[in-house]
Design a protein around this ligand. Structure first.
Ligand code: NAP
Length: 495
């Protein structure tokens, strides 16, 4: 078992160390050697916990060749067969859930309870898409001519490249790989350099489950080195990306030369609207769940809390009281609700956003500075009177900062909510079903949570509009993004 590059630290506490991998998987072979290595650190302590290969571009080419070689046999397998292997992969994720969660917390920082939830969520995509593989139906269309028959087949796109972010090191991979493999595609994955260990552990379990060599490959390394191969190699027929809108735009430009299909799950700027007739206790609880998960580092995190001025004071009081109970600490420790941010740059960015809002006249009710634990920790922060011209309102905060903006009237609430280039998740709390229905219809977002912050599930289509992305992941729609339609017109049928 190749784990020589795991260093003393939290990874020593795994129950079954065989899940841990510090080598890449290319064509069924583990590749550990590289001229350079990437340090993986624990965001809670800043200590390096492992090293993974910083592979050269040629390794990405090799992985794409392996995925292409594996494609004909994989796509030819009966769907039931592919489903069986995906089920075995899912089962292994369940069996090793505790260790996967521990690895995830060690490299990403989120509290263990959240890491366990993410592993279960990640596994659910493998299970779901394995089941959906058996229902990849085509179509029969009545033909305009008596001697013709028209059918539509759904075929796998081919070799897919995936690039994933650090904030959900497991789920952002399985949401793509589950769908791709179920549809009969093969995949080359480049995970975020800050969280490669979860990806490599998933690859290890996929191999144990019996995925044939080359069906699922993982390469680690610099995005500048590997990215252009994944976006430029004509053998890759599709790029699926989750990450920032800025990088997504660049990847779309790179994919244009070979006219690849793309799925883009990009940034968000979610509004959380509290109407005057909302149950304020439920709304405050929902805002906490939606704002502070993963220390505020999720694409569907509430970014702007828009509150009817009539209930501003009582709502802010409830939110502030709930925030004071949030325990900040190392994600491995019992009781931690808010872990560290991913790195120092993230802490600095959050500090700049809060500072600039304060200079613009917003009021910091609590928090507003790095946490006394130091390092990458930031205090849960409540800022009110944030206005639409502030960067705190316009940019993705990606930190534990609740930014509150008052509004008067439904039209202003909707104008403020839609006043952004993003269109991923949105939330609205109220009690009048007719009024809520109008909000749902007028919110320019791919997802709307009505009186709930919990919108992510494998059975529903996840994705955004505007500059939040292209395509959907999860649900039965999620398979569409990995298939091509082939229309067959059979002529000369005796009439
Ligand atoms: P990021 O900086 O865009 O990086 C995401 C991935 O892209 C990483 O694997 C990164 O590799 C790679 N990358 C960066 N520059 C690249 C380039 N020029 N060419 C090829 N690959 C490149 O995003 P992040 O900071 O990891 O993640 C946070 C962002 O993801 C937020 O904006 C969040 O909203 C978004 N997100 C969206 C969703 C969704 O479903 N819509 C879900 C989760 C996160 P390296 O790590 O090696 O640099």
């Amino acid at each position: 078992m190749q784990t020589a590059n795991a260093l003393p630290g939290p990874l020593d506490h795994l129950k079954d160390r065989s899940v841990l991998r510090t080598a890449c998987l290319i064509g069924g072979e583990w590749v550990a050697d590289a001229a350079r290595m990437i340090d993986v650190d624990d965001p809670a302590t800043g200590r390096v916990i492992a090293r993974v290969p910083d592979l050269p571009r040629a390794a990405a080419t090799q992985a794409i060749d392996a995925a292409e070689a594996a494609l004909p046999a994989w796509r030819a397998r009966p769907a039931k067969d592919r489903a069986r292997l995906l089920r075995a992969w899912y089962d292994l994720m369940e069996v090793h859930a505790d260790d996967l969660a521990w690895i995830l917390t060690s490299e990403q920082g989120k509290p263990l309870t959240e890491a366990r939830t993410e592993i279960r969520y990640a596994a659910s995509f493998i299970e779901w898409f394995g089941e959906e593989a058996k229902r990849l139906y085509g179509d029969v269309i009545p033909a305009p001519a008596a001697d013709q028959r028209i059918t539509v087949l759904r075929e796998p796109i081919g070799v897919c490249a995936a690039i994933t972010p650090w904030n959900f090191p497991a789920a952002m991979i399985t949401r793509k790989a589950g769908a791709a493999l179920a549809a009969g595609c093969t995949m080359v994955l480049k995970p975020a350099s800050q969280t490669p260990l979860t990806a490599l552990a998933l690859a290890e379990l996929g191999q144990r489950a019996g995925l044939p060599a080359g069906v699922f490959n993982v390469v680690t390394g610099s995005s500048r080195e590997l990215g252009p191969e994944l976006t430029g190699n004509p053998k890759v027929r599709k790029l699926t990306f989750t990450g920032s809108t800025e990088v997504g735009r660049e990847l779309l430009r790179q994919c244009a030369d070979t006219v690849k299909k793309t799925s883009m799950e990009l940034g968000g700027n979610a509004p959380f609207i509290v109407l005057a007739d909302a149950n304020l206790d439920d709304a405050a609880k929902g805002a906490i769940a939606s704002k502070f998960r993963n220390a505020g580092q999720t694409c569907v995190c509430t970014n702007r809390i828009l509150v009817d001025r009539a209930v501003l004071e009582p709502f802010v009081a409830k939110l502030g009281a709930a925030m004071r109970t949030l325990q900040v600490g190392d994600g491995h420790e019992d009781g931690t609700v808010i872990g560290p941010l991913i790195d120092r740059a993230a802490v600095d960015k959050v500090g700049e956003l809060v500072g600039s809002a304060m200079r613009g006249g917003a009021r910091v009710m609590q928090g507003g500075a790095p946490h006394e634990l130091g390092g990458n920790f930031y205090q849960p922060t409540l800022v009110v009177d944030v206005d639409e011209h502030m960067s705190l309102f316009k940019e993705e905060i990606f930190g534990p900062v609740a930014a509150v903006t008052p509004f008067v009237g439904d039209d202003e609430a909707l104008r403020l909510a839609n006043e952004t280039i993003f269109g991923l998740a949105s939330y609205v709390y109220g009690s009048d079903i007719g009024r809520l229905t109008r909000f749902v219809e007028r919110l320019e977002y791919g997802m709307v949570g009505v009186n709930t912050p919990a919108i992510s599930t494998e059975v529903a289509p996840f994705g955004g509009i505007k500059q939040s992305g292209l395509g959907r992941e999860g649900s039965h729609y999620g398979l569409d993004d990995y298939t091509e339609l082939k229309y067959v017109c059979l002529g000369g049928v005796p009439t």
